[in-house]
Design a binder for this molecule. Structure first.
Ligand code: NAD
Ligand code: DAU
Length: 358
């Protein structure tokens, strides 16, 4: 418990569930990545009494520059570490008494999983198991596993619900599906209080420029073509990252253990639609599109039914696609030095300067 905050066992005037909402110490894993860093920023803003520890291995896509603006914040602390390292996780959980864990830490890029699946299995499966073990040992009250719509696989018509079967199409997706099954098994066997979220494709500030939208924008700003895989007619459902993070906060606060929650953007687009929209917004001609060889095993369409989280947790997206894609294009245009430093590798020196030179 956070020192100085109310103890539910001594007649505090709220029921225990409400008390949990008042003051929490949260362990965020993978908080230096795209969604995790947006989540930490939102949490500090929306929950003035909550305290956050960000535990991140800083792989190629972990970037502390994503959190530069909250560096001096007293309710935030960074710890460098690997979720698949049992000793490191145990030391962290023993030192700090966390109320909840939210696990973003992952290898997240499908193309990389096709080239080399091993790091995906280690972090996404073994790492999740280490965290679940830690949650049991230290009696963590809430564990949110941040998963993906990719675990359901491709669907030609209609949408997947939380009851649909899992059918992974890539090593990345298989590793996430395995982690989901582990989480559900821990709930079933040990009553580890895990809730799983499965979200569609995110876009917004601080996304590593290997993913379609930031890659396309930064390529165009540098005068390079946008590579579109295959015929460009694969469909993804796009959600603004802040909307996803608000859904995660709702699950952290009110989600039931043992339950899965789909989170969707309700904005299904072909990849061609996406790149054409970006080119239009950037005032460039459509001839900057270059069709390239398709991704092996490329899932054709993802689509989720998210009525459960809307009904049970009163969540809904606040942004529509047209408005949020403009915000996103503006952000990458105005923060060129952020993605340039990634492209040149400069960003890797930030951690060294901030933490190792003290
Ligand atoms: P990202 O690749 O931008 O960030 C991943 C973060 O995890 C990085 O900071 C990295 O350093 C860290 N990390 C990797 N291995 C680690 C380890 N062993 N120990 C500790 N930290 C480690 O990913 P993202 O796009 O922000 O995705 C975050 C989570 O959300 C992932 O679990 C992903 O599967 C899921 N997700 C992503 C999307 C999307 O569209 N990006 C959609 C749905 C779900
Ligand atoms: O659906 C949620 C998933 O979305 C997350 O779980 C993953 O972590 C995240 O990486 C993302 O996976 P995708 O494979 O859908 O995202 P990506 O941005 O890599 O690709 C989006 C689509 O665009 C996909 O159909 C492949 C295509 N694409 C991608 C790239 C990088 C291209 O046509 N050209 C490209 O250069």
């Amino acid at each position: 418990m956070i020192p100085g905050l109310a103890n539910p066992s001594i007649g505090f005037p709220f029921p225990i569930n409400d008390w949990i909402l008042i003051a929490m110490k949260i362990l965020v894993t993978g908080g230096a990545g795209f969604i995790g860093s947006n989540f930490i920023r939102l949490l500090l803003q929306e929950k003035p009494q909550w305290v956050v520890v960000n535990f991140d291995k800083l792989t190629y896509c972990g970037n502390l520059e994503n959190l530069k603006d909250i560096q001096g914040e007293k309710r935030y602390r960074f710890v460098h570490g690997d979720i698949a390292n049992k000793q490191a996780v145990d030391t962290l959980l023993a030192e700090d008494h966390f109320d909840a864990i939210i696990n973003f830490a992952a290898e997240s890029h499908v193309d990389r999983s096709i080239l080399d699946p091993s790091p995906f299995m280690r972090t996404n499966i073994e790492g999740t198991m280490v965290l679940l073990e830690g949650a049991n040992k230290y009696q963590i009250k809430k564990f949110v596993q941040v998963s993906t719509d990719e675990v359901y696989g491709s669907i030609s018509r209609g949408s997947f619900s939380e009851l649909s079967n899992l059918s992974s199409g890539s090593p990345y997706s298989a590793s996430k599906a395995a982690a989901d099954l582990l989480c559900l098994a821990y709930w079933n066997t040990y009553k580890t209080p895990v809730s799983i979220t499965r979200c569609t494709n995110n876009y917004g500030p601080y996304q590593f420029p290997e993913k379609l939208i930031p890659l396309a924008i930064s390529n165009v700003l540098e005068g390079k073509a946008i590579p579109v895989y295959g015929d460009g007619l694969n469909v993804r459902d796009w959600i603004y990252v802040e909307d996803h993070c608000r859904g995660l906060l709702a699950v952290l606060e009110k989600g039931k253990p043992g339950e899965v929650y789909n989170i969707a953007g309700s904005s299904e687009k072909t990849n061609l639609d996406i790149v054409q929209t970006l080119l239009k917004q950037l005032g460039k001609k459509q001839d900057m599109i270059e069709f390239v060889k398709d991704r092996p095993g490329h899932d054709r369409r993802y689509s989720l039914d998210d009525r459960k989280i809307r009904k049970e947790l009163s969540w809904k997206p606040l942004y529509n696609f047209d408005e949020a894609i403009k915000l996103t294009v503006n952000w990458y245009s105005e923060n060129e030095s952020w993605w340039q430093r990634i492209r040149t590798g400069e960003y890797l020196k930030y951690y060294e300067k901030m933490y190792l030179s003290r």
